[in-house]
Design a protein around this ligand. Structure first.
Ligand SMILES: Cc1cc2nc3c(=O)[nH]c(=O)nc-3n(C[C@H](O)[C@H](O)[C@H](O)COP(=O)(O)OP(=O)(O)OC[C@H]3O[C@@H](n4cnc5c(N)ncnc54)[C@H](O)[C@@H]3O)c2cc1C
Length: 304
């Protein structure tokens, strides 16, 4: 391991197409608005820059965490030692022939869904209200209503642990409920994906997107920082329903709270710490297990 200053100097020498920040608060990069500082926060602008930055991190044996839009993670109050590599700047979206859209790992799903709508391509409407990046969505096999990434991802391009550019075609992505092959290979980094959509009527697509957005606004506490559904759906149940039936709506630890609007969402009412949120998660898990014998598993990735 090298010191933070040495690492920054090495990164600057290796690559100019990256932004580098020291001691960057992760609360600025997570939708929970929780998380202490990352020693070094890196935003590459191109795949080549990402490759160079990762090579530098490997050579210096610096641990690193990949982040897309930070909408599915809870980062510790102590922050992240080593580096955080964020794909936000790798957000290009290109429309090809035969319903294909290729986008960088950092492209937001909302931007991809809007672009697909304008191009008269259907299949990505479900993704319009998911506040994640394409890379994070492939990693988690994000899904909502009648859709999931598994249904539209034709090919994923990624860097393996040695920095080689590789491809996973359709089934090779091994999508399952909120998982993909990338969850089993934390050393792999998604750099872009090609989606395959079908031709559709732009007006009908827009209508569907607006309807799904309206349903979210009605049911979800979108005016508070959160990471969406905190828990995975337990087999045969809905996490929110079980939590509500335990009478836990509104339960708080510090400024972390079980949403009054949707019990499946734990929210940050302002200034919640990671410790508050973890305590609340544990309390909810214990109460649901005692009442129903069901173990709620976190969907949110806990970092640190
Ligand atoms: C209000 C709200 C509503 C939500 N609704 C939904 C929903 O309906 N359905 C749903 O599935 N999810 C939902 N989510 C959760 C979240 O938006 C999704 O899981 C999303 O796909 C996460 O993407 P991200 O870019 O934010 O990932 P991050 O939180 O940045 O990362 C998630 C994981 O992916 C890894 N990762 C990120 N980028 C890469 C990469 N390029 N290469 C390798 N690994 C990477 C990270 O290391 C981390 O382990 C919601 C969240 C919020 C806040």
């Amino acid at each position: 391991m090298v010191t933070t200053q040495e690492l920054i100097a090495l990164l600057q020498e290796a690559e100019s197409d990256i932004e580098i920040y020291e001691n960057e608060p992760m609360s600025r990069h997570t939708t929970f608005a929780i998380g202490g500082p990352a020693d070094v926060f890196i935003q590459p602008k191109t795949v080549g820059a990402l490759q160079n930055a990762l090579r530098c991190l490997r050579q210096t044996e610096t641990p690193y965490l990949m982040v897309g839009n930070g909408s599915n993670m809870l980062v510790s109050d102590a922050g992240v030692r080593g580096a955080v590599v964020c794909t936000a700047e790798m957000d290009h979206i290109a429309v090809g022939t035969r319903g294909r859209i290729t986008a960088g790992a950092g492209a937001l799903l909302s931007a991809i869904a809007r672009r697909a709508q304008r191009e008269g391509l259907t299949g990505a409407e479900f993704a319009g209200g998911i506040p994640g990046s394409l890379g994070g969505a492939v990693f988690m096999n994000a899904g909502a209503y009648d859709g999931q990434m598994a249904l539209i991802v034709r090919r994923t391009e990624y860097l393996d642990g040695e920095g080689n550019l590789c491809m996973a075609e359709g089934p090779e992505n091994a999508f399952g409920y909120r998982k993909s092959i990338f969850r089993d290979h934390p050393e792999w980094t998604i750099v872009r994906a090609e989606l395959e959509l079908a031709e559709g009527d732009p007006a009908a697509i827009l209508l569907k997107m607006n309807d799904l957005a309206q349903r979210r606004r009605e049911k979800q506490p979108l005016n508070y920082p959160s990471a969406g559904s905190t828990f995975k759906r337990p087999e045969g149940h809905f996490a929110g329903q079980l939590i509500e039936q335990c009478g836990l709506k509104g339960l708080s630890v510090g400024a972390a709270q079980v949403s009054e609007k949707h019990a499946g969402f734990l929210i940050n009412r302002g200034g919640a710490t990671c410790a508050d949120m973890l305590k609340l998660i544990e309390t909810v898990q214990n109460r649901v297990r005692e009442a129903f014998g069901v173990q709620l598993e976190c969907e949110v990735r806990i970092i640190g």
